[in-house]
Design a protein around this ligand. Structure first.
Ligand code: HPA
Length: 274
């Protein structure tokens, strides 16, 4: 872990020399939702391959760069392309960028993702504010020696997703006259989609949506005391909900369809969050 910490410091040192201002909010963009980064003004784009100790994004729909700049009148950094455990990255590698953000001085985080709808009231294209998550099946990113510089050994997870941020996001959606859902996000390892039996089990557990990201990042961010907001784009109904098979193209297509709505909502949240 000493090693991770020295890598973090090296990466933070490298980025600090490049950026003009400290970002106020970091935004992680999920599958098909990367175009929000185009709305960022006065931007500085840094590809992952040019950042020491960063992994390379491999998932389709994930471009692989950090965009620093202004959105909604605020300094932000957006991650176009995240690292998933299913790509083969360790959980330590998955959460590395979040730790870099925190050490750069970023205190607020918006995690976005594409997710399958488990709640039968949901439909593809819906946006869901994450109220809580079920992460039983995710290896914990805090496993191993604790990095005391970042947080405590046994961090509390009673309120992973910040209540005030959920409230602000709800008000922003009302202002834009968008309907948003609230619900529980369940983590699935991927990369295969779930079976109908797994989806029924998740529903019994209380999940409304399922996806292959977000939970490890949210845990690592809360470990460091960051404020976290999670937004899922319901790109498809989860396995077995409808009489049809699942594919990544559908996920990307729905992401494209809601991109503008999603970008406007996130921009309004960034503008309104203080
Ligand atoms: N399952 C898991 N992850 C997903 C899904 C899904 O149905 N849709 C988008 N990401």
């Amino acid at each position: 872990m000493e090693d991770t910490l020295s890598k973090l410091k090296q990466t933070v040192g490298h980025l600090s020399l490049k950026i003009r201002k400290k970002p106020y909010i970091a935004i992680v963009l999920g599958s098909g939702l990367g175009s929000l980064a185009n709305s960022i003004q006065n931007k500085l784009e840094v590809p992952y391959h040019a950042i020491p100790n960063f992994s390379k994004a491999t998932a389709p729909g994930h471009e692989g760069s950090l965009t620093f700049g202004e959105l909604g009148g605020r300094e932000v950094v957006a991650m176009k392309g995240r690292f998933h455990h299913y790509e083969g990255w360790s959980m330590n590698e998955v959460v590395f960028p979040l730790r870099v953000f925190k050490l750069l001085g970023v205190e607020n985080l918006i995690l976005t993702n594409a997710a399958g709808g488990i709640n039968t009231q949901f439909k593809p294209g819906d946006l869901m504010l994450i109220q809580d998550h079920i992460g039983f099946f995710a290896d914990n990113p805090l496993r191993g020696a604790n990095m005391d510089e970042l947080g405590v050994r046994f961090p509390d997870m009673s309120q992973v997703y910040d209540r005030d941020m959920i409230q602000v996001a709800t008000e922003c959606a009302m202002k834009l006259q968008y309907e948003v859902r609230r619900g529980i996000y369940a983590y699935a390892k991927g990369p295969s989609y779930e079976t109908p039996a797994e989806i029924r089990a998740f529903r019994t557990m209380g999940a409304d949506a399922v996806g292959m990201s977000t939970v490890p990042e949210a845990i690592a961010a809360r470990h460091m005391g960051m404020k976290v907001l999670g937004i899922s784009c319901i790109t498809n109904m989860a396995a077995g909900v409808l009489e049809q098979t699942l594919n990544h193209e559908e996920v990307m297509e729905t992401g494209k369809k809601v991109e503008e709505k999603f970008s406007k909502l996130v921009t309004e949240i960034v503008r309104s969050w203080s």
